[in-house]
Write a protein that binds this ligand. Sequence first.
Ligand SMILES: *[C@@H]1O[C@H](CO)[C@@H](O)[C@H](O)[C@H]1NC(C)=O
Ligand SMILES: *[C@@H]1O[C@H](CO)[C@@H](O)[C@H](O)[C@H]1NC(C)=O
Length: 250
Amino acid sequence: MTLLKTVIAFVAVLAASLAAAQAGESIEMCGSAPYYPSEYTCYGDETPMLCPHVYGRPTYPCSGACYSPSMYQCCSGQLHLLPAQTGAFRLEVHSLDEQLHGRIAEVCNLQFHVGDEAETCVYCFNAPPQYVCSTYQNETVLLPSGSMSVDVPGGQYWYVDPNNGRLRTTAAGKAAGPERQLAGKNVTVYQEGYFSYDGSPFWLACKESGRGQLYGIFVPHLLDDHSNCVTIKLAAVPTTEPKEGAYSYT
Ligand SMILES: *[C@@H]1O[C@H](CO)[C@@H](O)[C@H](O)[C@H]1NC(C)=O
Ligand SMILES: *[C@@H]1O[C@H](CO)[C@@H](O)[C@H](O)[C@H]1NC(C)=O
C-alpha cells in the first residue's frame, strides 16, 4: 500500500470509527492500517487494501480504487458501468437508517412509499379467463421501460413528478393523462444495481406529515424542503414470477 492510500484509509477509519467504537467493536489491521470490520473490508494479501462499506454494503477494489457493485463492474482492472436492467424488478432501499435499510418500496395513492406503514394498494377487475384476480400477488413491481407490472388495458407507468421530485405512478389505464409521457424519464436502472436519476443513485425518503413511519421518495434536487428526509439509495431487485405484480395499482 502506498503512503498516500494508507493516510487516506487511516483518516477515513478515524472519521468513521465513532459508531463502531461505541458498539464495542475491536479494531483489526489491514497491512499497517487499522480498521473496524463493520465499516471496511480488507482485500488482498500482498498489498492489502481497505474498501469502505457504503450504506451498509461492501465496496470492492479495482486497480487501486473502491467501487460499488450496484453501479460498476471491474473487467481486467477497468471500471465499467453495469448494463441496464432488462426484466421486472422491485425497489430496495439502501440506507444508514436501520428503519429503512432493506425495505421494499410500495405504491399506494399512486405514490411510492417506504417504512413501517407502507403498503401496496391495488384494484382488480375479475374477468376470467383473461384476468383472474386471485392469481396476482399484488407486490409493487416495476419494468425498466417506465411501466408498472400490470395487466390493466392502457397500462400504468412510474415517473418522477417534475414539480416536487416525487416518485409516483400514473393513474391506471385510460386515466393516465399527460404524465404518461414522463414514464421512466431521466432514470437509468442498472442490472441488479442502482435505480439512478440523472446519473445519481441518491434519493430522499421524506416523512409524510402526520402519517407515522411512512416515507415518500423524492429526487433531492427537485425537492425544496429537505427537513424530515433521509438520504437513501434505491436498488433494483429482479423478480421472475409472472404474476408478482397487480392488475393495477391505486
Ligand atoms: C390481489 O388483489 C386482488 C384484488 O384486491 C385480490 O382479489 C387477490 O386475492 C389478491 N391476491 C392475493 C395473493 O392476495
Ligand atoms: C432530464 O434529462 C434531460 C436530458 O438529459 C434534462 O435536460 C432535464 O433537465 C432533466 N430533467 C430534470 C428534471 O432533471
